[in-house]
Design a protein around this ligand. Structure first.
Ligand code: B4P
Length: 189
């Protein structure tokens, strides 16, 4: 099973992916986590992406696709993956299709978490107060949201046409959203 958790920034993709790893043994591939780890390590890649992330931009397709490809190779043999925060552009979606196809696999399910902008802003504001993540400040967040509507939202009709898209209400509590995801997984099994 290859599952994409899809939604705007701060929709709760990472939160739900971690739970699915704990409860169901999925392997999580989060490009956000990979990029933050690169930054924390002080590597050349980390230095290249830091400014883009802090300004609310999208890191280049080339870089994130290479990160995903590397992980698909390192973790070959895993029963399936949760793609968390990837793909975020049409180019990334096409690359993912090719990467999976060459491994005789495919995208099985895309769960789109629907959360309105006001609730997203509430969540990042809270995280900014608690954790001080640089890209959670309101100005940067509005740029992240713009990029989502411009570059990432166009993936919705693409996956809908393929019949792999399930939309869930992501507005509720973490537990309520988890229940929605479990129901979507059960339905698609
Ligand atoms: P990400 O790391 O993917 O973004 P995120 O804001 O953490 O989103 P997520 O939806 O995972 O939110 P979370 O569960 O943490 O990306 C960060 C940056 O990396 C991007 O802006 C970009 O620059 C770069 N990047 C990453 N992938 C890329 C790609 N493929 N291409 C190009 N660039 C890329 O939840 C947010 C908060 O809400 C948390 O504090 C959580 O506790 C809380 N929360 C979650 N669910 C909740 C709920 N139901 N109720 C209340 N609070 C909830």
């Amino acid at each position: 099973m290859n599952l994409i958790l899809f939604g705007p920034p701060a929709a709760g993709k990472g939160t739900q992916a971690k739970r699915l790893v704990e409860q169901r043994g999925f392997v999580q591939l989060s490009t956000g986590d990979m990029l933050r780890a690169a930054r924390a390590s002080g590597s050349e890649l980390g230095q290249r992406v830091a400014k883009i992330m802090d300004e609310g931009g999208l890191v280049s397709d080339e870089i994130v696709i290479a990160l995903i490809e590397e992980q698909l190779t390192v973790q070959a043999g895993a029963p399936g993956f949760i793609f968390d925060g990837f793909p975020r552009t049409i180019g990334q979606a096409e690359a993912l299709d090719s990467l999976l196809e060459s491994r005789e696999s495919k995208v099985d399910l895309v769960i789109r978490m629907i959360v309105d902008d006001t609730r997203l802003l509430e969540r990042v504001t809270k995280r900014f107060e608690e954790q001080g993540r640089a890209d959670d400040n309101p100005a940067t967040f509005s740029r992240r949201l713009e990029r989502y509507y411009e570059d990432t939202a166009p993936l919705v009709p693409m996956y809908a046409e393929r019949g792999v898209l399930v939309e869930i209400d992501g507005m509720g509590s973490i537990e309520a959203v988890s229940a929605e995801i479990d129901a979507a997984l059960k339905q698609s099994a």
